[in-house]
Design a protein around this ligand. Structure first.
Ligand SMILES: *Cc1c(COP(=O)(O)O)cnc(C)c1O
Ligand SMILES: [Zn+2]
Length: 430
């Protein structure tokens, strides 16, 4: 019997079907990304029998029945997933929302949501007997891959732009990856890694290329729905670069609807940096064309917009060409969702606000959710009274220099009581 748990793959554009033993990455007919398929009727029956989600597990293997590999022994022995969902009533009131929940995925082993994807990829690699995994990354996908590879005893080669935050590069090195810092952009690292993986036969984890990353990432939304006791929110706000997290969240929600875990699909709000907004512009371009379902699938690849020389303080969502753009835009449109951008200044302000008001320390790419939500409410996109979940995808410790820009500097004083009182504005008071 196959150790794989999925029934096959389908192309996100032409819907060409492949068997589960297909070892390529993209559609052999049209070159677009693939989507992993399961027997969801079977999972639905398991759910009705009380066997799904798996009781007694609080990590991502709680959802093993909808992962490409279900058996625990193929996964890294680290606690991936099972992160907290915090309700923040004062912040909800501030925007006039019915409720606001923050999912802190910075609490994963390597400090980002990417661990969910890397764990799933490591399990697939283990089933296939692969010993080495390669990935290009803005930083988090790589540090997560290196972490999961270390746990599984695999080797990893990670290519990052040389400009990646030092903490992310340090993590890669600590976890024992062979780190290649490319004097170029993330997009340059991505293409290099693809070509070299093909030439050397490396198993490649690139986001929006390897179909299994989406599978691990979707577990975040299964958790959220369980944490809300089945009461799906009205909106889910997702930071978007390549579009793999948001395509995963959309897929997970549709699966949950089929399994009978939720009735109605929440709407997806893509949060992007104004200077790295390819998906937002593609959503607008696709909407203006008013395609029917089939036409949309076929035409989306040609509508994908790109940014030339994307740059933003939110390095994790800094991409020229969104590598999972087709699936991402499809999920946003299917959910009646929207895309909103925030400037670097707004993103840094959101880092500070999330720290001060929510007591969560996030990197800029995670903070963009709060910045975009504020704008979406002001624009009337997210309605007053809505119940909203923001996915906080990465820890603030990942990028200290951004945190310093967001929060300013401490009071510097000589070791002297009067000087401290003076600095604190207490001079002259008892
Ligand atoms: C990767 C990443 C994102 C964006 O995910 P995409 O799949 O590229 O859209 C957002 N936030 C953080 C912290 C990330 O590491
Ligand atoms: Zn195809």
């Amino acid at each position: 019997m196959s150790k794989f748990n999925f029934t096959g793959l389908e192309c996100v554009s032409c819907r060409h079907r492949l068997e589960s033993d297909f070892s390529g990455y993209v559609c052999p007919r049209c070159g677009n990304n693939l989507r992993v398929l399961y027997d969801l009727d079977r999972v639905k029956a398991w759910r009705e029998a009380g066997k799904f989600p798996a009781r007694g597990r609080t990590d991502l293997l709680r959802y093993g029945a909808v992962l490409p590999v279900a058996e625990e022994r193929f996964y890294p022995d680290l606690r991936v997933g099972g992160t907290p969902l915090y309700e923040r009533a004062a912040m909800a009131r501030e925007l006039g929302l019915g409720a606001l929940y923050l999912k802190d995925d910075g609490l994963n082993p390597s400090g980002s949501l990417k661990d969910r994807a890397s764990a799933a990829v490591v399990a697939v690699a283990a089933v296939r007997g692969v010993r080495l995994v390669a990935a290009a990354s803005t930083g988090n996908a790589g540090s997560s891959m290196a972490c999961m590879a270390a746990a599984a005893g695999l080797s990893s080669i990670i290519m990052v732009p040389q400009s990646a935050p030092p903490a992310k590069i340090a993590q890669l090195l600590v976890f024992g990856a062979q780190v290649v810092a490319v004097k170029g952009s993330y997009d340059d690292a991505f293409d290099l890694c693809l070509r070299l993986s093909e030439r050397h036969g490396w198993f490649n984890r690139n986001t929006g290329y390897n179909p299994f990353t989406r599978e691990g990432k979707k577990t975040v939304i299964y958790e959220v729905v369980e944490q809300l006791e089945g009461a799906a929110p009205d909106w889910v706000v997702v930071p978007v670069g390549d579009g793999n997290i948001i395509s995963a969240v959309g897929k997970g929600l549709r699966e949950m609807q089929q399994i009978g875990m939720i009735r109605r699909l929440p709407r997806l709000l893509a949060a992007q940096a104004a200077t790295s907004d390819a998906i937002s512009r593609t959503v607008a371009a696709a909407r203006s064309r008013n395609f029917s379902g089939d036409e949309l699938d076929r035409n989306l690849p040609s509508l994908i917009q790109t940014v030339r020389g994307a740059h933003t303080v939110a390095d994790s969502i800094c991409v020229d060409l969104p590598r999972d753009g087709v699936a991402a835009v499809w999920e946003i449109l299917h959910s009646q969702g929207e895309a909103v951008t925030a400037t670097d200044e707004e993103i840094l302000q959101a880092v500070a606000e999330l720290g001060r008001k929510a007591a969560v320390f996030v990197e800029p790419a995670a903070a963009v959710t709060w910045a975009a939500l504020r704008k979406a409410v002001a624009a009337g996109i997210v309605e007053k009274g809505a119940r909203v979940v923001c996915l906080l995808t990465g820890s603030g410790l990942k990028d200290i220099s951004a945190a310093q820009k967001a929060a300013g500097s401490p009071l510097v004083v000589p070791p002297d009581e009067a000087a401290v009182e003076e600095a604190l504005g207490l001079a002259g008071r008892p």
